[in-house]
Design a protein around this ligand. Structure first.
Ligand SMILES: Cc1ncc(COP(=O)(O)O)c(C=O)c1O
Length: 314
């Protein structure tokens, strides 16, 4: 199975081995047979690409090369976060997911889209893949499907894969599989998404408040190297120097080495804003019900906290 670096897929044995970040390290050796490759990341391109189109083309060629050397017939599946979450809100360049679909079809590889974070409104769509009009073979979902009221996660299964279970029973079971209360909460939540226009809210507030306001913060604060995202799913990458793109703190920093990010987070919390901070990034990922006024209030706090990060720039 192929998975990308800069990914998180969960904490059970298989999914932590698929994970492409330091959370996997203490779990190694994990499930055998998982190989990691680089996905697209234009701001810190593994392929020395200068444009999104170049990044897309080179990332797809890299994937083809990995498949060729691993042996296409040995690969059952490829798992991707449609938009990478914890590891940086990495939005795939246009054409990347269509290219992945094509490569998977060519080699009979099942494409699993992990939309545990990106799905159910986060990207302004029911499923993030809808944004690029592509269809994976499996879609994993959880979190947003019921706004987290009770634990539930699931997998959307394509007709072709579902059909195998008509002939062959899936030999697994869990105490709480298909729990009626959890499923009812998901159905109720989906109805509310429709009734209250949640996807429309995400798109509107994203376009009118989040995108323009974050672009403006990026322009004004020297610590902001890049702002990227879509819907209610955004990252600010903080740097010491915009020219060199040196991260504000090193990769996987903790303790004293993470000082500047901790000070930034402290400045958010003092104002009543609870930030998500990961390595040298902070993410803007509020509830999908957030109004334009609430969003503006939160971004004002972020603006003030970024002044603390600015102090660490060259
Ligand atoms: C992208 C992604 N995939 C998978 C998971 C794991 O989901 P669960 O905790 O429901 O197993 C998470 C959880 O944080 C996630 O963010």
């Amino acid at each position: 199975m192929l998975a990308t670096y800069r990914s998180y897929h969960g904490a059970t044995a298989g999914s932590i081995t698929a994970t492409g970040d330091p959370r996997r390290w203490p779990n190694e050796p994990g499930m055998p047979g998982i190989v990691h490759f680089w996905g697209p990341y234009p701001y810190r391109s593994a392929f020395h690409a200068r444009t999104e189109a170049e990044e897309c083309e080179r990332a797809l060629q890299h994937l083809r090369d990995v498949i060729a050397f691993e042996g296409p017939s040995t690969i059952a599946a490829l798992i991707l976060e449609t938009v990478v979450g914890t590891n940086g809100i990495l939005v795939p360049p246009d054409g990347y997911l269509a290219g992945v679909r094509e490569i998977c079809d060519e080699h009979g590889i099942v494409w699993i889209a992990d939309e545990v974070m990106a799905g159910f409104g986060r990207c302004g769509e029911w499923f993030a893949v809808d944004r690029w009009d592509v269809t994976p073979d499996l879609i994993c979902f959880a979190k947003g499907v019921n706004s987290g009221y009770v634990p539930i996660g699931g997998v959307v299964i394509s007709a072709a894969i579902a059909e195998t279970f008509e002939r062959r029973v899936f030999p697994g079971g869990l105490t709480y599989s298909g729990h009626p209360l959890a499923c009812a909460s998901a159905v109720a939540s989906i109805r509310i998404f429709e009734e209250e226009g949640i996807l429309e809210n995400v798109r509107k507030v994203s376009d009118t408040v989040v995108a323009p306001r974050l672009a403006e913060l990026a322009e004004r604060h020297p610590s902001v190297g890049e702002v990227r995202g879509l819907g209610f799913f955004w990252a600010l990458e903080l740097v010491r120097d915009r020219g060199t793109r040196e991260p504000l703190v090193p990769f996987n920093a903790s303790g004293e080495a993470a000082g500047p990010m901790n000070e930034f987070a402290g400045a958010c919390k003092e104002q009543g804003l609870w930030p998500f901070v990961h390595f040298n990034r902070t993410h803007v990922v509020p509830p999908c019900t957030t109004t334009a006024d609430e969003m503006a209030e939160g971004l004002d706090m972020l603006d003030r906290a970024l002044e603390v990060a600015d102090r660490f720039t060259a």
